[in-house]
Design a protein around this ligand. Structure first.
Ligand code: URP
Ligand code: ZN
Ligand code: ZN
Length: 473
């Protein structure tokens, strides 16, 4: 089916333009004035913005953690993403101890395939590095997998040593791949957690107190040095601190190929939220910081020190003993209540995949912190470029996938868990008022979301073969 979007206020990362856009089948075929309809369905877009579908570079769907699992799977998480204007979602594999990367990719793929409701791919976690894992990495780009995540925290589980990180970086550079870094100081966390538990400190605030900001800054700095030595591109995920944003800025001015990502929760919340009786809702890693960090991260988004906003969507029920109704069926999944007596047992993660564009629009664009073009850059075109998906995704160009969001900049909406589509029992942004929402969302020319109507289904999403050699932005 062909669709002609007439009189749309088209916004990309590099232009704003009032014109028409023609979709033929799954692709955008033309952009210009007075395009002829030729039997296409005509959508009158007067008063609406037309944006490329959002690209979320960071989500954890159906992720096993602390004896439970993140409560959105590849269908429900993608559905929620689509309601929020995101049409591409990148997830992560989980390498088991002694396991191969291939095994972790197969496990992940068996969860995603047939369930995906938007287009998708995954980053490959390298959490147990050895010579056979090293030998596997060069085979990944041919499978469309071009990104590797390493951790400097979660000792004994996910962390690999700095020497191994350096080796991963060297291989990644040779293969045109990108290393992504979770920056926290695993040794310091181990010591502080041990001391806190020994002193009987069990409340959620101790999650933040045992993962101090200096750990993120120091781990980030070490990795920046390694990337500089290896001449390898580095992308630091979920940056939370003014200090690391500043280090990224300085490294970039020295020509080190580093990039950064932050997440909506690090722009809005602080560790003070962890002191509330329901503080477990705000437990995520790295933890929330201070108002000063929130402000520094907004500035880093505006000044180019940080290149993307991902959600790190990793939802857990606040009380997984009480079912909610999701798509007409009751469901309860064990969640944050597992850590009621001990902060170290609270599953880490926050729901947010649905709200990324909405929050960034109201509190970024409407409030004057970001231009509309920068908004598109941070939420769609930069993640697509960095992750090897551009211009298929994140762009409105002839030949791009027709992933299109019709955005009503005047429409108001109040966030509530009762109307949101993420499969959880709470919403951190409950009651927040927004101006500007997606009213229609298309994936490859197919209407997925029409106002409140869901027209997608499991299996519509396609695995995306990503290109190695993506640019450093
Ligand atoms: O709390 C979080 N972010 N959980 C997901 C795991 C990670 O490190 O991104
Ligand atoms: Zn992480
Ligand atoms: Zn994450």
């Amino acid at each position: 089916m062909n669709i002609l979007f007439r009189n749309a206020n088209i916004i990309t990362h590099c232009e704003r333009r009032l014109c028409d856009l023609l979709v033929q089948g799954e692709k955008i075929s033309a952009i210009g004035n007075d395009l002829s309809a030729d039997g296409a369905d005509v959508v009158d877009c007067r008063g609406l913005n037309l944006l490329p579908g959002g690209v979320d570079p960071h989500a954890h769907l159906d992720l096993a953690m602390y004896g439970t699992v993140s409560s959105d799977d590849h269908y429900t998480g993608h559905r929620a993403a689509a309601f929020g204007g995101t049409t591409t979602v990148l997830d992560f594999t989980s390498q088991s101890r002694g396991g191969s990367l291939r095994g972790s990719i197969d496990d992940w793929y068996s969860k995603a395939e047939g369930n995906a409701a938007v287009d998708y791919s995954c980053h490959v976690n390298v959490t147990d590095f050895n010579s056979s894992v090293a030998a596997e990495i060069p085979s990944l780009p041919a499978q469309g997998l071009t990104t590797l995540k390493v951790f400097t925290a979660y000792n004994g589980r996910l962390r690999i040593g700095d020497d191994d990180i350096a080796s991963v970086m060297r291989i990644a550079r040779e293969q045109g791949m990108l290393v992504m870094l979770h920056a926290e100081d695993g040794d310091e966390i181990e010591a502080l957690v041990g001391a806190a538990l020994a002193a009987g400190k069990r409340k959620p605030i101790w999650h933040a107190r045992t993962r101090p900001p200096r750990g993120e800054v120091l781990a980030g700095r070490r990795a920046i040095d390694l990337a500089s030595d290896a001449l390898a591109p580095l992308y630091v995920v979920h940056v939370t601190t003014a200090g690391l944003a500043d280090n990224l800025y300085r490294a970039r001015t020295r020509g080190v190929p580093v990039m950064g990502e932050t997440c909506p929760h690090y722009l809005f919340f602080t560790e003070e939220h962890l002191k509330r009786p329901d503080g477990a809702k705000w437990v995520c890693s790295p933890p929330l910081r201070t108002v000063k960090d929130n402000m520094a991260l907004w500035n880093a988004l505006a000044d180019g020190s940080i290149q993307t906003v991902g959600t790190d969507h990793c939802p857990f029920f606040f009380d997984g003993t009480k079912p909610i109704v999701y798509e007409d069926s009751p469901i309860a999944i064990a969640g944050k209540e597992l850590g009621r007596k001990d902060f170290t047992l609270i599953p880490n993660g926050i729901p947010g995949i649905e709200h990324r564009l909405l929050l960034l629009w109201t509190f970024g664009v409407v409030s004057g912190r970001l231009s509309a073009m920068r908004f598109v850059e941070l939420t769609a075109s930069n993640p697509a470029r960095i992750m090897g998906l551009y211009p298929r995704k994140g762009a409105l160009l002839p030949g791009s996938d027709a992933d299109i969001v019709l955005w009503d900049p005047a429409k108001q909406h109040t966030i509530s868990a009762s109307t949101a589509h993420m499969r959880t029992d709470y919403d951190l942004w409950e009651g927040v008022k927004l101006t500007g929402v997606p009213v229609r969302v298309y994936l490859r020319g197919r209407l997925l979301v029409d106002g409140e109507r869901w027209l997608g289904r499991p299996g519509v999403g396609r695995f995306l073969h990503r290109q190695a050699g993506a640019p450093v932005l």
